[in-house]
Design a protein around this ligand. Structure first.
Ligand SMILES: [Mn+2]
Length: 306
């Protein structure tokens, strides 16, 4: 832990890969939003979070720093010319509602200008904020929700376990246009939410049992006749050996490579309007594996073309 904390002073506030000269000219805009207030899971790590021991570091800056220290082009040797790094939203001291409103507003501005928005959390609050902005701007947008968990507990309170229960009550976010990608850890209350809302589901085992082309085929079928797609990433959706620094790791997820292949296939069929990435805990990332995986996801996403 001391290693991670010691490096805070040297943290970068800008991703050097992002070389667009101004936000207005950029095709994709990255911003950090360290939301806090979505709660913590029942896991031991979650309990540490509740006790205030976690999340002292600014996640987006940790990702930027790791990538700047180990810089690279995308795998197709592209640079970051279409990507602008807009820094971090100031959210310190704001209520849960005010944090959601601020992140939603940032998404709204970018979506309305037709720019692709990428938000690094922060906790699950960014997901609800993003989806409520999507619902306000687009009536034809599907959602790919990469997560080991379904986050659809039918609960009045907005927290990490009820994000989709609330999002599916928004006018233009619909369960029949949502695909839960790599689902594999569901509790009985969440099963009740799944039975109520009936979203599309791609179980994690589909990645090996049916293979990537079949996964893409199922995604397309589940998203229905949409033109656009928004991608919401809980890092615990990925295989934890590649992305270990999350609060609720659960074995058996797809690799980063598999997810990048799926995203590439989606980009060839839909306009990808944005992405959020949440639940990264820098204190658990001494090798910076999770940070580098997150950075790669952002960089490849920024260069995905229709
Ligand atoms: Mn999750």
């Amino acid at each position: 832990m001391s290693t991670a904390s010691d490096s805070t002073s040297a943290m970068s506030h800008h991703l050097q890969f992002a070389t667009a000269l101004s936000e207005s000219e950029a095709r994709t805009v990255l911003f950090g939003a360290n939301t806090r207030g979505a709660g913590f899971s029942e896991s031991a790590r979650g309990k540490a979070g509740e006790a205030g021991e976690l999340r002292t570091l600014f996640t987006a800056d940790f990702v930027r720093t790791a990538d700047n220290e180990s810089p690279s082009l995308t795998e197709r040797l592209e640079d970051g010319a279409p990507l602008f790094d807009a820094g971090n939203l100031p959210l310190e001291g704001l209520s849960l509602e005010a944090q959601v409103a601020a992140v939603r507003e940032r998404f709204l501005g970018l979506l309305r200008r037709g720019q692709r928005a990428v938000c690094l959390g922060g906790d699950h609050l960014i997901k609800y904020a993003a989806l409520s902005a999507i619902s306000a701007v687009h009536d034809d947008c599907g959602v790919v929700y990469l997560d080991a968990h379904p986050d659809c507990t039918q609960d009045e309170a907005l927290y990490f376990g009820s994000i989709l229960h609330h999002a599916w009550q928004l006018p233009h976010i619909r369960p029949e246009r949502t695909s839960l990608l790599a689902l594999r850890q569901v509790n009985p209350r969440e099963r009740g939410g799944l039975q109520h809302w009936r979203p599309g589901i791609i179980p994690a085992l589909d990645f090996c049992e049916r293979g990537l082309p079949a996964v893409v085929e199922s995604l397309v079928a589940q998203l229905g006749p949409v033109k656009r797609v928004y991608v919401s990433v809980d890092l615990d959706g990925l295989a934890p050996h590649e992305v270990p620094a999350v609060e609720a790791p659960y074995p058996g997820g797809p690799t980063l490579r598999e997810v990048l292949v799926v995203l590439r296939a989606l980009a060839s069929r839909y306009e990808l309007v944005g992405m959020d990435v949440s639940e990264f805990i820098p204190e658990f990332d001494p090798l910076k594996l999770t940070a580098l995986a997150t950075a790669r996801l952002v960089k490849e996403f920024a260069r995905l073309l229709p």
